[in-house]
Design a binder for this molecule. Structure first.
Ligand SMILES: Cc1cc2nc3c(=O)[nH]c(=O)nc-3n(C[C@H](O)[C@H](O)[C@H](O)COP(=O)(O)OP(=O)(O)OC[C@H]3O[C@@H](n4cnc5c(N)ncnc54)[C@H](O)[C@@H]3O)c2cc1C
Length: 321
């Protein structure tokens, strides 16, 4: 059953930040993740601060330099269907299209998708795990089929969002507002590993909210997002690959490759970037890049299957692009 909480619906970012300054306050965007977390008592809320009355947080606008600004309250469907996103940032459109079900994409927002909590069944279940302040991560020696093969330590979750790896591969920045004022940081530095702080997944401090995602102009870049899931219909990624490349004369000049579903945060793969930069992509290069992708993987007892899966996704993504 959903516990009692105060419901606050401010009309401006400043009022939202003020309302969120008390420690028991939680941000509510589309509510598709938050309400489940509260109902299942994963965490508590004294008050829930809805962003839905703040009009400026919705919508997609061109920037003067040819990039895009996407308000945090823009729905995942709007992102997936936006003409400019589809034409210039194909990887993001493909990632947004692959999120959950149509109903969840209509209700869920981009900001919520980036800030959703992990799906580990020990964290979501009735276990006093490390992420909830307990003494241990039950997944390390437990049933860890859906857990990480990179970046694990005191907690072995995987990052659940599809849009985050795609946005990072596209060089996106995220704008944050809070009690200390506004700041804009690369989305890549927004996420942290459990070894830095295993009770949270982002750099957001109390009272801070994501207000906007900013995409740079990407003249001459191509991008894609490829996702493997257990079910043919909607499901979280077992592994995914976001790829953005700029080619000149059939050779890759710049590349950003980011994995989803395999690490506690979106995982930038320098080995793959190194393997393809300056090179022509052919079958042999794609195979070597796939091998490089998983060289440093450290599987747990039940998730070794993620190694050939990720390797294949990297190979397929490179040949397709
Ligand atoms: C059955 C199911 C399947 C799903 N499958 C997928 C999938 O395949 N891929 C995928 O990527 N996602 C998937 N999701 C997650 C879904 O996409 C997210 O629930 C949704 O995007 C969250 O958006 P929301 O606006 O509803 O967020 P909310 O539920 O409102 O918020 C989610 C979290 O983010 C915080 N938050 C929200 N907005 C902000 C903000 N602007 N600033 C700071 N904090 C904020 C909230 O406090 C909360 O902790 C699935 C969810 C469900 C329930």
């Amino acid at each position: 059953m959903l516990p009692n909480f105060a419901y606050i619906r401010p009309g401006s970012v400043k009022d939202a930040v003020d309302s969120l300054s008390s420690s028991g306050a939680r941000v509510f965007a589309g509510g598709t993740d938050l309400i489940g977390c509260l109902r299942d008592e994963i965490f508590e809320a004294e008050s829930v601060v809805s962003l839905n009355g703040i009009k400026e947080l919705s919508g997609i606008r061109d920037t003067s330099d040819g990039g895009l600004r996407i308000g945090a309250l823009t729905t995942v469907t709007e992102v997936a269907e936006h003409e400019t996103v589809r034409q210039r940032y194909a990887g993001l459109a493909q990632a947004a299209e692959s999120v959950a079900s149509p109903q969840l994409r209509n209700q869920g927002t981009l900001g919520g998708n980036l800030c959703q909590r992990p799906r580990c069944w020990y964290f979501r279940g009735d276990f006093p795990c490390a992420k909830k302040g307990g003494a241990q991560c039950f997944a390390i020696n437990g049933v860890n089929r859906y857990h990480c093969i990179f970046g694990g330590s005191v907690c072995v979750i995987v990052h659940p969002s599809d849009t985050a790896p795609a946005l990072i591969s596209l060089g996106a920045q995220v704008k944050i507002d809070g009690p200390g004022g506004e700041r804009t940081i690369p989305l890549e530095t927004f996420y942290i590993l459990p070894e830095e702080d295993h009770e949270r997944e982002t750099v957001l401090e109390t009272g801070e909210i994501v207000t906007e995602v900013i995409l740079p102009p990407l003249e001459g870049w191509k991008s894609s997002y490829r996702k493997a899931r257990e079910r043919g219909s909607w499901d979280f990624a077992l592994a995914s690959v976001a790829l953005a490349v700029r080619e000149e004369g059939n050779r890759v000049r710049e590349a950003r490759v980011v994995f989803g579903g395999v690490a506690p945060k979106p995982w930038r793969s320098e080995p793959v970037e190194k393997e393809i930069t300056g090179k022509r992509i052919d079958a042999g290069r794609a195979r070597r890049a796939g091998e490089a992708a998983v060289k440093e993987a450290e599987p747990l007892d039940y998730n070794e299957y993620k190694i050939p899966l990720l390797q294949g996704l990297v190979e397929e993504s490179l040949l397709a692009i």
